[in-house]
Ligand binder design. Structure first.
Ligand code: NAD
Length: 325
């Protein structure tokens, strides 16, 4: 394990982060990635499971006083070791705990999708503003070089007008116990994976859609209560059209952008690693990065330097506005 105990990138102290919700993403992806960060370190955890608290305390050398549960979490306000709370809970709990973290005076990273409704997202943004803390949404692709090239192409239009986007992200779900297959905590394919093609259509054009249509389909209604397959179509103010799909029924992950004078594509476009790109003309190759380490490092750097977030709460809100249409 790499040491995280000393100087940050700009020479000052690293910011302490507490991970809240020690499920798959925190355990397998975020905790190992924080070990690679220069500006932040794992200072604490919030968990409802005492056995997890014990394991994490030993593994990550956490202080007893930096371990919280969901009941005593608000006491974190007095904890000087913790600067940032990273909310990695089921979607239906993002709002409550983002607002509680903000009220405790902690900066917040909230996982995607931001919250079930646009009104919820606005409340989260307002709570962070009122408590003078920063809020960022866990859209890790914004920190990934191929994705950043797609964003640049939206502005520079190397291949002329962008006319058509085709994008999809899904996986074949074969374990059905999780909240992700149920409605109560806002599981479902659209909220889980669908935000990736939605994000991609928005960042590949740099525009907000003016019209939205969608269809949902069920393949295994006895096993998946929430939406299993969702297709959606967007049209943007420049006339360009996006065909997007998501689902818990098959493994697919692609982004293709067709322009007036050529095309470019990523496949996969939103996996944790192995992003690959090609263009109708010219090279398309960038180094592999740890997306989550870059994301958490930049968030911490922005907080230390009082700079705006690359992915503020407003970015999460924009997606939910489209979903609500
Ligand atoms: P998970 O089910 O594996 O973990 C959720 C955690 O929340 C568990 O530890 C569970 O014990 C805890 N929890 C607390 N209260 C709960 C309650 N009332 N009901 C159920 N669980 C409760 O889920 P995950 O895959 O880690 O996803 C967590 C969040 O992270 C989701 O918002 C998801 O969309 C997001 N996520 C993001 C990425 C990404 O690439 N950015 C990847 C995976 C998950």
């Amino acid at each position: 394990m790499l040491s995280c105990a000393n100087g940050a990138e700009n020479g000052s102290k690293k910011l302490g982060m507490a991970l809240m919700g020690l499920g798959y993403y925190s355990t397998d992806i975020l905790a190992p990635s924080i070990q690679m960060c220069k500006n932040t370190y794992l200072a604490g955890i919030v968990t409802g499971t005492p056995e997890k608290a014990k394991t994490w305390k030993e593994k990550y050398k956490l202080k007893d006083e930096n371990i919280y549960n969901y009941e005593n979490f608000d006491e974190i306000a007095a904890n000087k070791d913790i600067d940032i709370v990273y909310v990695v809970l089921p979607n239906g709990l993002h709002k409550e705990f983002t607002i509680r973290a903000a009220k405790a005076g902690k900066h917040v990273i909230c996982e995607k999708p931001m919250a079930p409704t646009a009104a919820d997202c606005r409340e989260m943004i307002d709570a962070c503003d009122a408590n003078k803390v920063q809020l960022s949404i866990g859209y890790r692709m914004h920190f990934e070089p191929y994705t950043q090239e797609i964003m640049r192409l939206a502005i520079d239009q190397d291949f002329g007008d962008i006319r058509q986007i085709s994008t999809g992200a899904g996986f074949n779900m074969n374990s059905f116990d999780s909240w992700k297959s149920k409605k109560a905590l806002f599981g479902g394919a659209m909220m889980d994976m669908g935000v990736y093609p939605l994000q991609a259509a928005r960042y590949a054009t740099g525009l907000e859609p003016v019209s939205v249509s969608a269809q949902t389909f069920k393949i295994r209604p006895d096993k998946i209560e929430a939406d299993e397959v969702t297709s959606f179509q967007l049209q943007f103010p420049n006339g360009s059209v996006a065909n997007c799909e998501t689902g818990f029924h098959a493994n697919f992950n692609y982004l293709k952008v067709y322009c007036e004078n050529g095309w470019y594509e990523l496949e996969p476009f939103s996996s944790y690693n192995g992003i690959k790109g090609s263009k109708s003309k010219g090279g398309f190759e960038f180094p592999e990065v740890n997306q989550q380490a870059r994301q958490m490092d930049e968030v911490a750097w922005c907080i230390m330097n009082d700079k705006p977030m690359r992915v503020p709460g407003e970015e999460g809100l924009k997606d939910i506005v489209v979903v609500e249409k």
